[in-house]
Unconditional design. Sequence first.
Length: 233
Amino acid sequence: MPRTGSGISRSGAGTTVVLDRDGTLLDFYEMFHRFVLDLHEQQSATPPPREEILGFAYWSAITSGKLRIGSVRVLDRVDEVARRYMPHGKLYPGVVEMLTALSGAGVRLALVSSWVGTEPTVSLLERYEVRDCFGPVLTRDDLVARGEGASDADTKVELARRALDEVGHEPGHRLYVIGDTSSDIALGRRLGAVVVGVRTGNGGTMAAQGTPDGPDVLLSSAAELDTLVLGSQ
C-alpha cells in the first residue's frame, strides 16, 4: 500500500497533482459558521440555525450579493472567512497521511484556490506539518493586479498554469486535478488532466463519475487520493 512512511518507493516521479483547498483538503464549515455568528453579533441580529447557515442556499445568497445581515452585505465581508478564521479550520481526516504518502513517493503537489488567503493557508499547512509536501500554494491573493476582477474559473486556470510551471510539469507527465465543485472539473478538463472529484465540501451535488459534467473518478474524500494516484503508476 502507498502509506509506508520513510521507506516508500518514489513511484510517483513524473506525476503532478493540483489540489483544491476548501471542501477538498480543508473542512471550512466551522470557520464559516463562526464568521456568520460573529457578524450577527456585531449587527445585534439573531442568527438562523447552524444547518441553515451551512446550507447551499445560504451560501448562494451570499455569493449572489443578496444576503444582508443588518446593514452589512455579507459578500463584502466574506473574504474574512479565509483571511481571519483559518485558525478554526481543519484538514479532513486522512488528508495529512495522504499528502505525506504522495510527497514521499515523489509526486509534485500544488494547492490552488480561486478564493483568497495564501498566508493563512500556508500557516494552516505548517500547523499540520505538511507545508513541505507542496510546491506552490496559490490563491486569488497571488493574481497580478489586472486579474483582481477575474472569474473563479479564470482565476483557477491562471493560478494552476503558474503552479505547473513552478513545479516543472511537462506535457508528458501525468496530471491530476482534484476538487469538490464544477469549477474544479472545468479546470481539469482545460488542463487535460485526470479529473478527480470528492464527496466532501460541495461534492455531494457533483455529477456522477464518467458523465459529461462529472469527474473521471469520484472519491469519498481526498484521503483516498494516494491509493488512486500511486496505484495507477
